[in-house]
Design a protein around this ligand. Structure first.
Ligand code: KG4
Ligand code: ZN
Length: 416
């Protein structure tokens, strides 16, 4: 199965072609990412209007490059997948509309992919792991611990009560004058700082839930910075190192709770998995290894280039959904908000045979004109004639056996 993926939800314009073999084995044939960092740097963060315009200008070339790198024609595709949200709505419209145009012209199924689901399934692209697994999803807008039980079957075990971890890194960087994007800059500074110099709070540590809270830590950091201002280069490095250590220790405690809750509710996970841009932070990756070793669970963290936003994960999520017979109609709406637990699940097929054809319109039926998810029910059948309306526990269809193969080339090519 050959799928073109398109990603435009934030500040990366990306396209990729991924092939999924029948056994679940994956090959990334191309993976092109154009970062908009230069356009946004002067503003200290992503400017939605600038992002949308940049996507319009770049996307056609990025897609053409991805197809050329893959050496395949549009006619060879089995589906066209685009991130349909959540994200900055202007960019989502650009990507989804482009995918619709390609789907119409080449008469291919459209798959409107939830960007968070794509992050959640990336470990199956890179490592072929099977369900269920415990996911730590940490990006600029989300911080969640999720039980991934099947395609479309996600149970949130913990979430942030205020800022996302990536957002806290970004705000810390801005406060300390490090610029945008914040996460990598804070990590670089932390590498030559004294992480024991400032004793910052570890919010939520010791609690029995698996939730996060970052705003108190952010405020504590600001107060320390104001107290010792003006800041020397070493002060900035020490603040970054102390902040990163507080985040790491919080993540470790929250993941232990998340794994405990996972086991209580669902039994042993096949793995502890990380996804999202924050998962490219080496200190967090190292800490997750300690958690996994102590908990005696396998650890799967995709390479940094597949943790940050990319289109290979969108193509792969499209292939996973298409394998289950899930695709979307051409009037599917883009969504600024789209919680992971509102993604449509495959329906159970009594014969246990995978569905060969697909298409339906579930999301288009369920979205309101503004593109928000308010009217989306928990689950909708893929076949409008189906009576499987109680399909909330239905994700165990046609699960492909895990593949032991890594993708051939997960490294993206960048266009400057
Ligand atoms: O998943 P992603 O690329 O985009 C979103 O969907 O948000 O994540 C971006 C976030 C940003 O907040 C960025 O600062 C953070 O991930 N990030 C990092 C690192 N690299 C990216 N945070 C900490 N350390 C890093 N090395
Ligand atoms: Zn993301």
């Amino acid at each position: 199965m050959l799928v073109l993926g398109i990603e435009t939800t934030c500040d990366e314009t990306a396209a990729a072609v991924v092939e999924r073999q029948d056994g679940g084995r994956a090959t990334i044939l191309s993976n092109v990412v154009l970062s908009q960092i230069a356009e946004h740097a002067a503003f200290g963060g992503v400017v939605p209007e600038i992002a949308a315009r940049a996507h319009v200008e770049a996307l056609d070339l990025i897609i053409a490059t991805a197809m050329a790198d893959a050496g395949r024609e549009f006619s060879a595709l089995d589906g066209v997948a685009a991130a349909a949200g959540p994200g900055l709505i202007g960019g989502v419209i650009v990507g989804l509309t482009t995918a619709k145009a390609i789907a119409i012209v080449h008469e291919k199924p459209l798959i409107a992919v939830n960007h968070l689901e794509a992050h959640a399934l990336t470990a199956r692209l890179t490592d072929g792991i099977s369900f269920p697994y415990c996911l730590f999803l940490a990006s600029g807008g989300h911080t969640q611990i999720v039980a991934v039980r099947g395609v479309g079957d996600y149970v949130r075990l913990g979430t942030t009560r205020d800022d996302a971890i990536g957002e806290a890194f970004d705000k810390t960087a801005k406060l300390l004058g490090l610029g945008y994007p914040g996460g990598p800059r804070v990590e670089q500074e932390a590498a030559h700082g004294d992480r024991g110099r400032f004793l910052l709070p570890r919010p939520m540590i010791g609690r029995h839930d698996a939730d996060f809270s970052l705003s108190g830590l952010k405020t504590a950091l600001r107060l320390e910075a104001e107290r010792i201002a003006p800041l020397s280069d070493q002060d900035v490095a020490d603040l970054c190192a102390s902040f990163q250590l507080a985040v790491v220790e919080t993540v470790v405690d929250r993941l232990r709770q998340g794994l405990r809750i996972f086991r209580q509710r669902f039994g042993a996970p096949t793995a502890l998995v990380a996804a999202g841009g924050v998962a490219s932070n080496q200190a967090i990756r190292d800490a997750m290894l300690d958690v996994a070793l102590q908990d005696q669970v396998a650890l799967v963290i995709p390479p940094p280039s597949l943790c940050t936003d990319n289109a290979a994960m969108i193509a792969w999520a499209g292939a996973e959904r298409l394998t289950h017979g899930l695709c979307d109609t051409l009037d599917t709406s883009p969504r600024a908000r789209w919680p992971l637990d509102q993604v449509i699940k495959p329906i159970v097929v009594e014969s246990a045979a995978p569905m060969e054809t697909a298409p339906v319109a579930a999301e288009a039926l369920a979205t309101d004109p503004a593109g928000n998810e308010a009217a989306v029910p928990d689950s909708l059948p893929t076949d409008p004639s189906s009576t499987a309306s109680s399909s909330t526990e239905t994700s165990k269809t046609a699960e492909a056996p895990p593949s032991d193969a890594a993708p051939s080339d997960p490294a993206p090519s960048a266009i400057a």
